[in-house]
Design a protein around this ligand. Structure first.
Ligand SMILES: Cc1cc2nc3c(=O)[nH]c(=O)nc-3n(C[C@H](O)[C@H](O)[C@H](O)COP(=O)(O)OP(=O)(O)OC[C@H]3O[C@@H](n4cnc5c(N)ncnc54)[C@H](O)[C@@H]3O)c2cc1C
Length: 393
């Protein structure tokens, strides 16, 4: 099962990633999560040395040069062992940087990202602009050859320790909604840039989130990524690519939780029998397994459409993330239930899987925002007198 259009090459890529994740990453993950610490630079370097950072970065810049399906199969294996590490394997920045960056920007940053020497952060969310990202208020004003930036970003993954921030700032206050937003590449140490509050979140302590403060932060014009005002369009490039892979990542976390619970149910006895002998539990596990497989296949499908560049690839990617995150949250929650009180005990990994996967329903397009995107597509199709179908029909 689960081999939607996987080639022999993709299968061996997946197996190699599994070996790396199981043998090298798992011990670090367990130790780091147990201590509640951030993922170390050494761990990032280890991933990079083994080829697992910069999955989508072309080989000429030291990356793996994988297409989106290739990225998905590797991310699955990393996610099933350590979700936080998988987040650092493919930066949201590389999509827009590869498409819209200058040669100089690519040379400056891509090899450093691939080698694990440069950690990136993606700074979009503000206190009054979460789901409604187009309403950001961080403002960059032109001053001679420079830009002067003022504003604050919240909940930025790896914000406090990133070496390079991709910042979304308004550069035209009068532009219509969704326009007048520009992307800036801000290096750590830029004058006027500092880290504010560090948040204590339910999960993701290995990639801690922080507030970023821009107080008359002065940067040269060469820091702009693409054209001024193109920010929202550029953002969609990164999101579309990432969302296609999310379903597979969610499926992988869910499968890891289910596998653990199934093993547990073989040995845990109540009423003189192993839990696995109770039909009510077995049927529930069977249903969850079917949902995981559906989530994985939908994600592979979205990745295949994204690689083919079809018009409906962004909708397929939204569906993959929406469905995958709903499934993984439900599955991991039920896996806690399979273990009873032991499921809430941190000695077992299922509570971590649940906490990790909950973010998928919120970040990089919440379930509600993705439903909105998909429903707009359906409406458009209906208004054109067509039934909504994806390219595989
Ligand atoms: C662990 C973590 C890491 C994060 N990392 C980053 C990062 O690296 N970079 C970054 O920029 N941001 C990051 N975020 C922020 C994240 O992207 C936002 O939390 C997300 O966009 C939702 O925004 P919000 O929290 O302001 O919720 P709100 O926008 O206030 O929404 C609250 C709820 O209302 C729903 N809702 C909102 N509008 C509508 C509507 N029109 N119709 C129906 N429902 C609606 C939402 O879906 C949500 O369920 C991170 C968040 C977390 C928790």
């Amino acid at each position: 099962m689960s081999n939607y259009r996987l080639t022999d090459e993709q299968r061996s890529l997946k197996e190699a990633a599994r070996r790396f994740a199981e043998n090298k990453l798992r011990p670090i993950a367990l130790e780091t999560e147990r201590k509640g610490e951030a993922m170390s630079r050494e761990a990032l370097k280890l991933m990079a040395e083994n080829g697992y950072v910069g999955l989508d970065i072309p080989t000429e810049y030291g990356g793996l040069g994988l297409d989106i399906m290739g990225c998905a199969v590797v991310l699955e294996e990393l996610s099933s062992v350590w979700f936080s590490a998988s987040t650092n394997a493919m930066s949201l920045l590389t999509g827009p940087l590869l498409v819209f960056g200058t040669d100089e920007q690519k040379q400056n940053y891509l090899p450093a990202i691939s080698s694990g020497n440069l950690l990136t952060a993606f700074a979009l969310t503000e206190t009054d602009a979460g789901s409604d990202a187009s309403s950001i208020q961080t403002f960059a004003a032109r001053d001679g050859d420079d830009w002067v930036i003022n504003g604050r970003k919240i909940y930025i993954t790896n914000g406090a320790r990133a070496d390079l921030i991709v910042l979304f700032a308004r550069t035209d206050r009068d532009a219509p909604r969704g326009e007048g937003i520009t992307l800036f590449l801000i290096e750590k140490g830029s004058p006027g840039f500092s880290v504010g509050q560090k948040y204590d979140m339910l999960a993701h302590t290995a990639n801690p989130v922080a507030e970023l403060v821009f107080d008359d932060c002065r940067v040269p014009n060469s820091c702009i990524l693409g054209e001024p005002g193109g920010g929202v369009r550029y953002m969609q490039v990164g999101f579309s690519k990432a969302r296609a892979t999310y379903g597979a990542r969610c499926a992988a976390v869910a499968q890891a939780a289910l596998n653990y619970a199934l093993d547990y149910m073989q040995t845990r006895e109540q009423f003189g029998q192993p839990l696995s002998s109770f039909q009510a539990l077995r049927f529930r596990a069977a249903e969850l397994y079917a949902k995981i497989e559906a989530a994985r296949q939908l994600s592979y499908h979205a990745c295949a459409l994204a690689d083919a560049g079809t018009d409906d690839a962004p909708v397929a990617a939204s569906m993959a993330k929406l469905f995958g995150s709903e499934v993984s949250t439900k599955v991991t929650e039920q896996c806690i239930q399979f273990l009873g009180g032991h499921g809430l005990d941190k000695d077992h990994p299922v509570e971590r899987f649940y906490r990790e996967t909950k973010l998928f329903q919120v970040g990089d397009g919440s379930s509600e925002m993705l439903s909105l995107l998909i429903s707009r597509h359906l409406n458009k199709q209906a208004q054109a007198g067509m039934h909504a179908r994806l390219a595989s029909d």
